[in-house]
Design a protein around this ligand. Structure first.
Ligand SMILES: C[S@@+](CC[C@H](N)C(=O)[O-])C[C@H]1O[C@@H](n2cnc3c(N)ncnc32)[C@H](O)[C@@H]1O
Length: 609
């Protein structure tokens, strides 16, 4: 049994029993592909030509201290070089090795490699358990130098790994490694200690193989960054006969510590470079790459032609978009790029497109977020200090950004679809959306409730976009439009059964919210219902809901805007003459708060002030 912290579970190193080659029909050598023959030939030539010290220096880090190289070479000899071949026909592989003059030796397990492949290519545990990914190992030695040999791991190309994984494995040869054997097993701890010094490779798994030789063997795996001159990964296995449990445990502890430090670095870097990802996605949207790729994968040259940009620069963008930290594009075939499901959503016409959101977050709101620190430190309103105007005044004067903002808001509203079902509108005749943007919510309510009439209040310059959208959706004749300000009760549609304020209150400070709510209250009847659609802040700061981030967005991109807790909304509504009677959750941590006009007898109807 072998423990490896690399995959966090018990691994049976010798669980795979090989069958005796002599009793089985030898499969034709042609089952070993030309590519695999080249790979095996490379390993054989390498073993023939490299001295022990050269081979060890090859796989240790580029500038490994001399004492470290000596600590290994003085105490170890090369045992084997390992590599992966892509064949399900283990007999054909064995037969090919015999043809090359190797002597087949003991069978060994490919379980450790199988588990590493499963982690690398995210093969689900359930598939693994059902035996869908099988790796068999073959070992062989030179007849004239029985101290050196090869270890081939055979993976079935038709197995659980997809074409991309196989291609990656063929090109990167992640499993190639050099194994050295300690001449005196008692020196294992000393060699491990030397390799663990600064400038050395990282611990990378290992285990105890009870079937290795007379007394079994302990194997420590190490790996370093970069590649050898042959393009192989810098992987080293140190083999010591016998069981060395304490050394093995120390090796695992070092691996865990270095992996955790590495993961923490990656987590932090991923966050620190988030702005780069935002910009890469914005460039993807601005260049309409998703629209160009919508039909079929294209090469970089084809995309460069379609977008009229330099092919080299475009290739660098595409490569970054393929990175798992972004994952909007994936390589396809030899030299083409295809959309992922995420990338598809940046095309303009995708049903759940976020094309305009990508452009707004990467442009308008990108620059204002750059002034966050000053905003926190000095209290300057970030958007205003960058653009010289308050957000909605700026949008009034800049039509391109206004269109972008209005469309982006509509795209970021996947939760609208549920409003029609979580709130009972069967009795409502007239629904008024106050600050209703391009009318997307009303359009969806009209889709679900054919009996509804709608009213939309917006700033005059936005009314056109709302009219166009509702017209395109076939609902124009059911809608009336109220250009004006939502703080002015004179502009409000009067007597609606349902008033909606969706993502409005979070834009403003309490005083402005009260003006809006009181203007609505003044226009409402005692039977009216008010729906407040917001993303309430949790009282628990460790709650992973996204409103804390959106609160920062409000700080940056609105004057006085903020997300609020449920209690804060309840108190605001109460001050404006409404009583909260319920709440319905929507997607993305958003919810609808349902309020009615105060029922207290004699309550004066508040007026806008
Ligand atoms: C954050 S957006 C929300 C839009 C829409 N309710 C939604 O959820 O998609 C805020 C909206 O308030 C509108 N607005 C801002 N100031 C306004 C005012 N004084 N009167 C009416 N509407 C206003 C903006 O034009 C914008 O469409």
């Amino acid at each position: 049994m072998v423990l490896s912290p690399g995959v966090g579970k018990t691994i049976v190193l010798n669980g795979v029993c090989m069958e005796s080659g002599s009793r089985r029909a030898v499969a034709p050598a042609s089952h070993v592909t030309g590519d695999d023959r080249r790979r095996i030939g490379e390993v054989r030539d390498y073993l023939r030509s490299r001295s022990d010290s050269d081979a060890v220096a090859d796989v240790l880090p580029l500038n490994a201290p001399l004492e470290m190289v000596e600590a290994v070479t003085e105490n170890c000899a090369v045992d084997h070089v390992g590599c992966l071949v892509f064949s399900s026909d283990i007999q054909a592989v064995r037969s090919h090795l015999r043809d090359l003059g190797f002597r087949l030796t003991r069978p060994s397990s490919g379980a450790l490699v199988r588990d590493r492949l499963a982690v690398r290519y995210r093969v689900p545990e359930t598939r693994l358990k059902s035996g869908c990914l099988d790796v068999k190992a073959v070992q062989a030695q030179f007849p004239d130098d029985m101290s050196r040999g090869v270890e081939l791991f055979c993976v079935d190309p038709g197995d659980e790994l997809d074409a991309l994984a196989l291609r990656d494995e063929r090109v990167a040869q992640h499993e190639n490694h050099l194994a050295v054997r300690l001449t005196d097993p008692a020196l294992l701890e000393e060699v491990r200690d030397a390799l663990g010094r600064p400038g050395g490779p990282r611990a990378d798994g290992g285990g105890y193989d009870p079937d290795h030789g007379e007394v079994g063997a302990t194997v420590l795996h190490f790996r370093a960054d970069g590649r050898t001159e042959l393009g192989w990964p810098r992987r080293l296995e140190v083999i010591a006969s016998g069981r060395h449990t304490d050394t093995l445990l120390r090796h695992f502890a070092a691996e865990t510590a270095s992996r955790e430090a590495d993961e923490e670095d990656r987590r932090l870097l991923r966050r620190l470079t988030g702005a780069w990802a935002t910009q890469a996605l914005r460039a993807m949207a601005e260049l309409d790459l998703s629209d160009h790729l919508a039909e079929r994968p294209l090469s970089c040259a084809e995309l460069a032609n379609l977008t009229g940009v330099d092919a080299d620069r475009l290739h660098r963008l595409l490569r970054a978009l393929c990175h798992p930290w972004i994952g909007a594009v994936a390589p396809s075939g030899r030299a083409a790029f295809a959309l992922t499901d995420l990338g598809r959503r940046l095309s303009r016409d995708a049903p759940n497109s976020m094309h305009h959101l990508a452009r707004m977050y990467g442009d308008l709101f990108y620059a204002s977020f750059g002034a966050l620190t000053e905003g926190i430190r000095d209290g300057a309103q970030p958007f205003t200090s960058v653009y010289g105007q308050a957000p909605f005044d700026y949008l009034t004067d800049h039509s391109r950004q206004r269109h972008l903002f209005t469309r982006a808001m509509a795209e970021g509203s996947a939760f609208f679809a549920d409003v029609a079902t979580v709130v009972d509108l069967s009795e409502a005749a007239l629904v008024a959306d106050i600050g209703g943007g391009n009318g997307e919510l009303l359009a969806q309510l009209c889709d679900t409730h054919p009996h509804l009439k709608c009213a939309l209040l917006e700033r005059p310059e936005v009314i056109g976009a709302a009219r166009d959208n509702l017209d395109a959706r076939g609902h124009l004749d059911r809608c009336s439009f109220f250009p004006g300000s939502f703080t002015d009760s004179a502009h409000m549609p009067v007597g609606a059964d349902v008033y909606i304020v969706a993502r409005i209150l979070h834009d403003w400070d309490d005083e402005k919210c009260l003006s809006i709510l009181r203007a609505i209250r003044a226009a409402a009847t005692t039977e009216s219902t008010l729906l407040v659609i917001e993303r309430p802040l949790s009282d628990d700061p460790s709650d992973p809901c996204v409103s804390a981030l959106w609160d920062l967005n409000m700080l940056v991109n609105n004057v006085g805007g903020r997300e609020r807790t449920r209690d804060e909304y309840r108190r605001l509504l109460d001050r404006a003459g409404f009583t909260v009677i319920g709440e319905r959750p929507l997607r993305l941590d958003i919810s609808v708060t349902i309020a009615r006009v105060h029922e207290t007898p004699g309550t004066a109807r508040p007026t806008a002030d």
